[in-house]
Design a protein around this ligand. Sequence first.
Ligand SMILES: CC(C)(COP(=O)(O)OP(=O)(O)OC[C@H]1O[C@@H](n2cnc3c(N)ncnc32)[C@H](O)[C@@H]1OP(=O)(O)O)[C@@H](O)C(=O)NCCC(=O)NCCS
Length: 154
Amino acid sequence: MNIKPVKKDDLLKLIEIEKDVFDYSASIDDFINYFNEDTIKIWKISDQIIVGFVIFYQVRNEIEIIKIGIMESCQRKNYGSLIINKIKKLNDIRKIFLEVSVKNTQAINFYLKNGFKKIGIRKAYYKVNKKRIGFKIIIWVLIKMKYLKFILSQ
Ligand SMILES: CC(C)(COP(=O)(O)OP(=O)(O)OC[C@H]1O[C@@H](n2cnc3c(N)ncnc32)[C@H](O)[C@@H]1OP(=O)(O)O)[C@@H](O)C(=O)NCCC(=O)NCCS
């Protein structure tokens, strides 16, 4: 099992996984834009074949996870948690943020199990056939223990 940055050639495989697991999937152009953006990282997790990926922003000591997906046939085998653990180990990272729909119980359980804490709920919008649809998302944060101790002791 290994987790490493994707190459441009991997992006088509990532799109396949994206279509497999997300209701509203991004296009190849979205993936190319992510790939070309300096502050964004895309990692793949592979075990002979690519089974999943994560896309995240890294700005100074904070990370925001944009999306994480594991192909359906490989879910619940700890791959997602391995990715989160690798992000946690990045040097000098203090906080990891992310947002997820209140309806996505699978992901909510996943983030809870991986140590994230709920810090708020906000309304988000997206467009389907030119119609604006609102839904609620939960904002999660994971603060590394050594920094949490530092904040609490101040
Ligand atoms: C969320 C996701 C990334 C988790 O990856 P994964 O490799 O399946 O997760 P893990 O095997 O590491 O699971 C860890 C924990 O997450 C929770 N979990 C994972 N899948 C679950 C499911 N289908 N139902 C309920 N809880 C689930 C469980 O608590 C699980 O621990 P357990 O198996 O000991 O009960 C993956 O299920 C996925 O790609 N989902 C679709 C895309 C998505 O919603 N992404 C998140 C929003 S960007």
